[in-house]
Design a protein around this ligand. Structure first.
Ligand code: NI
Length: 450
């Protein structure tokens, strides 16, 4: 009798909890989402309704959390061994090693010292998503005092490219473990020489963007706290062009200016005229920043200089504004030089264009961040930066979007800016970066409309 009662209680419990039991085993299955329609809502752990995206997000978070100690080790290794633009030999070899051991198809020597890792899966989807990170460091003497500070004299990862490389590797490591569920092809670009704005062009020349249908990128941002990200619709960074102005006057005695053409004084007039003309002749709603950062001329305190060379950078956001800048600058230089009897040369060299984030891909990053974390950890940035980023070079070949990864310490009043010898990152940001990037990649592969 007792045995019968126990049997009935057990049978009822089983039938009442059947769904719970079945779904509690789902996380253990290798490809749960391939078992169901990927938009079908299913019960997860029998407690809350979640869909397949949530399930995959949980998987990504679990994998990233397990990888966290290894990723911090990787970041510290790269941070200790920084290499200047175009010389990323050790970094590239290290990156290639990690990618190979994660099962990716690896190509080295792309864009001189760049690396490509491809996650190849059997899929009918022809689209190919590229994820780009950069690997080079800056000629700065590190002053952080960290135990894993740079071991290379006068070279430092002061722009966070060590974090970018780690986020790229972490994303590759996570997605390689769920390649079948991903259902899409992903190409990881580890680019050299971003700081001299040439690495992206080198990568493109070697075919890095061949067949790519969209590209995502990331850059650290110390004014956003670690754990949060920033996205921006439209312009993220400025076009950055190089400017060289030569002013040629006539030498003479320092006491007899009327017999000479003073190139130094004329150069000062040119600089003043350019700065004033920006405020009076350029549309203030379409920013232009012109900085003369280097000036050379003269031989002695009592000799009037016959030649001055000015070197500068010109930043703008709008392509139409940018297009008229070379003539606009030359006209101003010409009018000043003619007024005072000097001749001139203006060499204007177009550098990288402005990063213009694609709307749909920015939306993808925003929703990936909001679902992975929460909406208050995703900032929609109201303003672009007038810094430059050669990520823009890739955007001539496919739409893309770059997000800002917060790396600031919440508890610190001052987080040093990028390119500062004491620049530091809160390493908890690495997981935020990996999860956001990996989940955005998953969502891209799932959504054929993006
Ligand atoms: Ni940078």
């Amino acid at each position: 009798m007792l045995a019968l009662q126990i049997y009935w209680v057990f049978k009822n419990w089983i039938s009442l909890n059947f769904q719970k039991i079945i779904f509690s085993f789902l996380p253990l299955l290798p490809a749960p989402c391939s078992l169901v329609n990927d938009r079908l809502t299913l019960l997860y752990h029998g407690e809350k309704a979640v869909n397949c995206d949530q399930f995959m997000l949980n998987q990504i978070k679990d994998l990233a959390t397990k990888l966290a100690p290894r990723l911090i080790e990787i970041r510290r290794h790269i941070h200790s061994h920084p290499e200047l633009s175009g010389q990323e030999y050790q970094t590239a070899a290290f990156v290639a090693g990690v990618l190979s051991s994660s099962g990716l198809y690896v190509q080295e020597g792309i864009g001189k010292t760049g690396v490509i890792g491809e996650l190849r899966v059997n899929s009918n989807d022809e689209r190919l998503l590229a994820i780009r990170t950069d690997m080079d460091a800056l000629p700065i003497q590190e002053r952080t005092g960290l135990e894993y500070a740079s071991r290379a004299e006068g070279v430092m990862h002061a722009c966070g490219h060590d974090v970018h490389t780690t986020v790229g590797l972490g994303t590759a490591m996570v997605l390689s473990q769920m390649a079948e569920e991903l259902g899409g092809k992903i190409r990881f670009l580890f680019q050299p020489a971003e700081e001299i704005a040439q690495g992206a062009s080198w990568m493109v020349e070697d075919g890095a963007m061949k067949n790519v249908s969209a590209i995502l990128g990331v850059h650290v941002f110390p004014s956003i706290p670690a754990g949060s990200i920033g996205v921006r619709y439209g312009a993220l960074t400025a076009a950055a062009d190089d400017l060289e102005i030569l002013i040629i006057g006539e030498s003479g005695h320092g006491a007899r200016p009327h017999e000479a053409v003073d190139a130094i004084w004329i150069a000062s007039q040119v600089i003043t005229a350019l700065q004033q003309a920006i405020s009076r002749t350029q549309n203030p709603l379409r920013p232009v920043v012109l900085t003369i950062g280097q000036i050379n001329g003269g031989r002695a305190p009592n000799v009037i200089a016959d030649k001055v060379r000015l070197l500068g950078t010109v930043r703008s956001l709008h392509p139409e504004t940018r297009a008229q800048l070379p003539n606009w600058i030359e006209n101003i230089v010409a009018s000043v030089c003619h007024s005072y009897g000097a001749t001139y040369q203006v060499n204007y060299h177009q550098g990288v264009p402005s990063v213009q984030n694609d709307y749909a891909l920015t939306q993808l990053l925003q929703s990936a961040g909001e679902e992975a974390w929460s909406s208050d950890r995703v900032q929609v940035l109201p303003e672009p930066s007038l810094g430059a980023e050669d990520f823009s070079v890739y955007l001539d070949y496919a739409p893309g979007s770059m997000f800002r990864l917060g790396v600031g310490y919440k508890e610190r009043i001052l987080n040093h800016p990028l390119h500062h010898p004491e620049f530091e990152v809160d390493e908890t940001a690495i997981i935020t970066g990996v999860v956001t990037m990996a989940y955005a990649a998953y969502k891209y592969c799932q959504n054929s409309q993006t």
